[in-house]
Design a protein around this ligand. Structure first.
Ligand code: GAP
Length: 451
């Protein structure tokens, strides 16, 4: 077995490109800096990450609801949120650790944290500007949202009134965000267009620390449950100087990416900053009436904010593996079955009838449940390798014996173990296996099959 040291980014980029996970945006025109297109497998991976998140934070909870706010918002939003002012300073960024600094706050010419080289100061705002309507006038300027969070804050009362939720409760949202980042790079780690999965959890002031700790643990466990090795995750508390203008406290969940430890998700205590700002800017009432204590107050907000793209990169890096198998390197992705783009591949041993008819019937049946692929090109060994490389947990081989005994072979990606199961039990066996149940006890009529 090849030693599993940290995977290098080039291997991940090359696999993503080669197998259709991720392509450079507008590649035929030379690409567009730090914008990426998700190919047929990448889009499935991303959908699965978002679905797993939504299931954990909305579907399975009583105290959460969802939202899908528009990307373009009233420009006053960004005045109230502090983004117009806060992001308009001359800024520099450390080329090494990617921390950003206000140029006029710095004493020396190097990064105060790691001593790295700094970019030239530039007067800029991180938000992308565009115009609403046909007239390109200053009065018509709107911004592409740099975070999805503000769409939640401005809808706080709408959600409260329509769902009759009481504190503590949260609103979750998945959507695109845009930032004109000074320093981009490291593949999809830092791009100018990306997707966020954000929770704004509204709590009574004074209970905020408890909920902050709660969400930090919840979110850390979510990554571990989906296969990320615990040793590749760590928490990093923000120093006072690092805190965003809205945050009272913040802790990052860092992942050990190929280029080093870096933020995967941030959990912030935003206090009452946002709701108070929107209350005074809009003149609307953001008070919450607590039925139990009969008090009026502005709720505090705990915000776990994750990146879909960064999660995808972390899941890919963590799953990547190389094994020596019969003088060959077997490249595989140990993706959790929930995240694997393709759950099952159907591999007929020959392209001849009536084998093909049987294989196609199985394929048609299984694809009603999952993303399934059908591959009849080249040797079975080659086909296994292709599926291993994209993380397909199971291959189902249909051979000539299948026509007689009505059984097929299931091959497990990680162990390469194979079992023979009756076709009638195939779906339930795969269902159980995809949930992580033990293969060899199912189904009752099945037996272990050896090559
Ligand atoms: N609403 C809070 C907020 O936006 P953030 O730390 O700036 O906080 C949250 O962003 C998450 O969004 C990050 O942890 C990261 O996963 C993702 N993210 C932020 N900027 C990104 C970028 N330029 N490219 C890819 N993902 C990014």
């Amino acid at each position: 077995m090849v030693e599993r040291t940290k995977v290098d980014m080039e291997k991940i980029v090359s696999l993503c490109r080669r197998r259709g996970f991720i392509f450079p945006s507008s590649e035929i025109y030379g690409g567009l800096s730090s914008c990426w297109d998700y190919g047929p497998l990448g889009v499935e991976l991303k959908r699965n990450i978002k679905q797993a998140w939504w299931q954990a934070v909305v579907q399975e909870r009583d105290d959460m609801v969802g939202l899908d706010a528009s990307i373009l918002m009233h420009p006053q939003t960004w005045e109230a949120s502090g983004h117009l002012k806060g992001f308009s300073d001359p800024m520099v960024e450390c080329k090494n650790c990617h921390l950003r600094w206000r140029a006029d706050d710095l004493k020396g010419n190097n990064c105060p944290t790691c001593g790295g080289e700094l970019t030239q100061p530039r007067q800029f705002n991180l938000m992308f500007k565009t115009f609403m309507g046909p007239v390109e006038a200053e009065a018509n300027v709107v911004y592409l949202r740099p975070e999805t969070a503000q769409g939640i804050f401005v809808n706080f009362q709408n959600v409260l009134n329509t769902t009759r939720k009481r504190l503590p409760f949260g609103i979750a949202q998945i959507g695109k965000a845009f930032r004109n980042e000074i320093t981009t790079g490291n593949f999809i780690f830092r791009s100018r267009e990306f997707e966020q999965m954000e929770i704004e959890f509204f709590v009574k002031p004074g209970t905020d620390q408890k909920w902050f700790n709660y969400w930090l643990e919840e979110r850390l466990n979510w990554y571990v449950k989906l296969g990320i090795k615990k040793g590749n995750l760590k928490l990093r508390q923000h120093t006072k100087e690092e805190l965003a203008h809205y945050a009272r406290a913040c802790c990052d969940i860092d992942y050990s990416f190929p280029m080093g430890w870096a933020e995967l998700e941030g959990v912030a205590n935003r206090g009452d900053f946002d709701l108070s700002q929107h209350a005074s800017s809009s003149g609307k009432n953001f008070d919450y009436f607590d039925d139990e204590t009969k008090e009026h107050y502005i709720p505090y907000i705990i915000e776990p904010s994750a990146g879909v793209d960064r999660s995808a990169l972390a899941f890919l890096c963590d799953a990547y593996d190389e094994e020596l198998d019969k003088d060959e390197i077997r490249v595989l992705l140990h993706l959790h079955p929930t995240l694997a783009p393709i759950k099952v591949a159907i591999l007929p041993l020959s392209r001849r009838e009536p084998l093909v008819k049987l294989a196609k019937e199985i394929y048609a049946d299984l694809r009603q449940c999952w993303m399934v692929s059908y591959d009849d090109a080249q040797s079975v060994g080659r086909r296994y390798r292709r599926q291993d490389e994209i993380g397909t947990p199971f291959c189902v081989t249909v051979d000539f014996q299948s026509l007689e005994d009505e059984q097929v072979t299931i091959r497990d990606r990680d162990s390469m173990n194979q079992i023979r199961v009756p076709i009638g039990e195939l779906k339930t066996t795969l269902q159980a296996k995809l949930k992580g149940e033990e293969l060899f006890v199912l189904p009752s009529g099945g037996r272990i099959w050896k090559e």
